[in-house]
Design a protein around this ligand. Structure first.
Ligand code: SAH
Ligand code: SF4
Ligand code: F3S
Length: 471
């Protein structure tokens, strides 16, 4: 089924979870426009949430819904939400207020909150904002038909049960977040790690891996439909385990589908990523040389308080190991500054880690306390916001410099690029990514189309993109 993304374009790989301006898109289905019922869906949060929206879209399609980007003409407005930081939730509250005024003009509109905020706030959402009709947690999307039916009859409904087994393995996602070239595949759900700052184990429940055969079928089907890149998703892909198949073996199985299918994955955990994964990446050219390896902090005591399960030295050794086995591998990271009790000295360890590691890219945050998390119970959120912001600015400056240097190092190199589509700025140019996940812009040439591979020589760089020409 063909769908058109309107309003805002989501760049699946760059906007891992964060770029707030890219969040909250609406989908318009250009085939099903005649369907009697229309759903309006917005998604916030990480790739996992965007992937879940495609499952939800599949459930809704089976119910006969089409999709619209105009909330005024919709029968059902669903917001797939994120709880990771306070400002992620604020965005959704603002959206819900907006929907309140839409409801005045369109009184039959049903409003549903899905995803992590639904799970965190549960029935509070029904109580606090009288306009919410349906609340659905991440493991309850199969129940949507019943919940919608009940809401239609005037009974506001909720299902936030978490499951130990649900992986939606048999539901064929409707590809909404796509350019027709690359797609997400969820390989597991939940998380068992209990990093003390993090709400995910509470909103997504226990970790479970999806049957690898269903993953392979999905990847094969995508390839047969012209897709040339899949991103395997999980909060901690390195702990994937289904029967006798671990993550490295899964990577290999997916890589063997076709050498023209590129494979990416996210997120790797520094405590769990194995040499076996690195050697599998080395063995297959179609497994991309890019690892997202969140450090969170460069200080061992803070890492202990975060319950990350590794030390500064362990992290440094992992980076060294990656660069030893995969010299061309790009590495990106996540950093939190201003965690409970973080001293200036401990913060400086993060500064020196970033200067040393020279990450190609980083997502950086200041600590935002989440109710119910272990950190909120055990520690005091005692770093003043101004100080958190000062620290954040320092590491952003370091990363900006490192990202630019990383791009400068690519000057005059030639990369195999998977064409994704027109560049944002000009329809005379194509854009696509190299193996290392960097966006490359280049002049179009006759006969080429999205999904094709081309060799591009880089002759210009900015801190965000590489610019080159086909050779
Ligand atoms: N599973 C992934 C992370 C998912 S959340 C992993 O383990 O790396 C994405 C990122 O959000 C985290 O890596 C962390 O840097 C950030 N984050 C999570 N909770 C946060 C909080 N309470 N305050 C600020 N940033 C947070
Ligand atoms: Fe959160 Fe840690 Fe799990 Fe990542 S690994 S989702 S940071 S608990
Ligand atoms: Fe993702 Fe946000 Fe939930 S980051 S797992 S949508 S809390």
């Amino acid at each position: 089924m063909k769908t058109k993304i309107t309003q805002k374009v989501f760049e699946p790989l760059l906007e891992k979870n964060i770029d707030e301006s890219k969040q909250g898109l609406a989908y318009e289905n250009i085939i099903n426009q005649s369907s009697s019922k229309k759903a309006y869906i917005e998604t916030y949060g990480c790739q996992m949430n965007f992937s879940d929206t495609e499952i939800i879209a599949s459930v809704l399609t089976d119910l006969g819904y089409g999709f619209t980007a105009n909330v005024l003409e919709s029968d059902l407005a669903l917001i797939n939400t994120c709880s990771i930081r306070e400002n992620a939730e604020e965005k959704v509250w603002n959206k819900l207020k907006e929907l309140k005024s839409v409801k005045k003009k369109n009184p039959n509109l049903l409003v549903g909150v899905m995803g992590c905020m639904a799970e965190r706030l549960k029935s509070k959402l029904l109580e606090q904002e009288k306009l919410v009709d349906i609340v659905v947690g991440p493991d309850a999307y199969r129940d949507l038909p019943k919940l919608i039916e009940s809401a239609e009859s005037g009974i506001r409904s909720i299902n936030v049960l978490l499951s130990r087994e649900e992986t939606y393995a048999d539901i064929s996602p409707i590809r909404l977040n796509t350019n027709g070239v690359s797609a997400f595949i969820s390989i597991m759900r939940g998380c068992n790690n209990m990093c003390t700052f993090c709400v995910v184990p509470f909103t997504r429940g226990r970790e479970r891996s999806r049957d690898y055969q269903s993953i392979l079928n999905e990847a094969q089907e995508l390839f047969d439909n012209g897709y040339r890149e899949v991103t395997l998703l999980g909060q901690n892909v390195d702990s994937y385990k289904y029967e006798d198949c671990n993550f490295a073996q899964l990577l290999e199985k997916v890589a063997l589908i076709n050498p023209d299918l590129r494979i990416r994955f996210s997120t790797s955990h520094p405590k769990d990523i194995t040499d076996e994964v690195l050697f599998t990446m080395k063995k297959y050219d179609n497994i991309c040389n890019y690892i997202h390896l969140p450090a969170q902090s460069g200080n061992t005591e803070i890492l202990e308080k975060m319950n990350r399960g590794y030390s500064r030295e362990w992290y440094i050794n992992k980076v060294n190991r990656i660069r030893e086995i995969l010299p061309d591998c790009a590495i990106s990271t996540d950093i939190i500054v201003g965690f409970c009790g973080e001293t200036e000295e401990q913060f400086q360890d993060t500064v020196t880690l970033m200067e040393w590691a020279k990450f190609d890219f980083a997502y950086m945050f200041f600590y935002s306390e989440r109710p119910g998390t272990p950190a909120s119970k055990k520690f005091v959120d005692d770093i003043p916001e101004e100080e958190k912001k000062r620290r954040l600015q320092i590491i952003i400056d370091i990363q900006t410099k490192n990202s630019y240097q990383s791009n400068l190092n690519d000057l005059n190199k030639t990369y195999k690029i998977l064409i994704e589509g027109d560049s944002k700025k000009s329809s005379l140019d194509f854009c696509g990514r190299n193996d290392q996940n960097k966006m490359v812009i280049f002049k179009k040439q006759k006969g080429l189309q999205p999904g094709d591979y081309v060799n591009v020589k880089v002759n210009q760089v900015t801190s965000a993109t590489l610019i080159g020409e086909i050779i």
